[in-house]
Ligand binder design. Sequence first.
Ligand SMILES: Nc1ncnc2c1ncn2[C@@H]1O[C@H](COP(=O)(O)OP(=O)(O)OP(=O)(O)O)[C@@H](O)[C@H]1O
Length: 291
Amino acid sequence: MSFTASLRDVTLKYKDTDALADVNLELEAGKIYGLLGRNGAGKTSLLSLLAAFRKPTSGEILIGGEPVWENAAVVSRVALIREGGDFDDADTVKAAIDTGQIRPGFDTEYALKLAERFELPLKKKVRELSRGKRSALAAVCGLAARAELTMFDEVHLGMDAPTRDAFYKELLAEYMDRPHTVILSTHLIDEVANYLEEVIIVDRGRILRHEELEVFQGMGATLTGPAAAVDAVAAGLEVLAEQQLGGTKAATVAALDPGARERAAASGLEIGPVGLQDLFIHLTEPTRKGA
Ligand SMILES: Nc1ncnc2c1ncn2[C@@H]1O[C@H](COP(=O)(O)OP(=O)(O)OP(=O)(O)O)[C@@H](O)[C@H]1O
């Protein structure tokens, strides 16, 4: 089984801050979602609501069609993994893994296999782990929870590049083996882009965009070729980023209309997709109104 998730007219206030305002969001079961947003945009708040760590100020949150608040049967099959995990520092790694067994789907054998893959020392205390190893332990417990909705909130932050790569691969393998709903909240956007099916951008407490990855990938274009030719085609277009190496230039544009596309092709320029990160930076520009 795999959970759907719905937020309906959800507002979350912390004293005088509106962390989320009138959010409506529908997530289908069995997909991998990327949750993007600038610092303070409301990502953690949104995930905390889905995991019933917090109650909304107003609105309704349904997981698998049921209200999630005070719904132990549903909550036990929802996992929110935060950077560094929510461990008792005095526990050993082994004891921290064993604690996962309170979840109905927790797979201890798999957790121990993953612990070996991530070279986690079972006898060491959680407080003695490096930041990256602690994140890896959190990821291990999240994967082994075998939940129906699994959310990773910046869990890979402390991990080095090879560990992150191993984490993404394990996440995908677990997903292929047992399709379920996954939300990855991250600032390392281009790194995870290939794993995502849909992307949600939160901006200042609101959902700015929620689209399939392909929609974002079709949004802009990168023009590469001789600098003068690139400049000629890019003139008048909204340029998001530029890079030049010798006489060769690459310009990332927010949109390429058919006329510009034709001119680019006629000039022999290479037309490529835009990285999700560049688009994200562009769409969440503070000066930009809506998107
Ligand atoms: N416990 C809290 N008390 C008061 N305000 C809070 C609290 N937690 C979050 N906020 C505020 O709510 C807003 C959304 O915060 P949230 O942590 O959800 O953002 P985020 O997108 O996860 O940010 P980041 O990428 O920096 O982790 C921010 O303005 C933040 O300052």
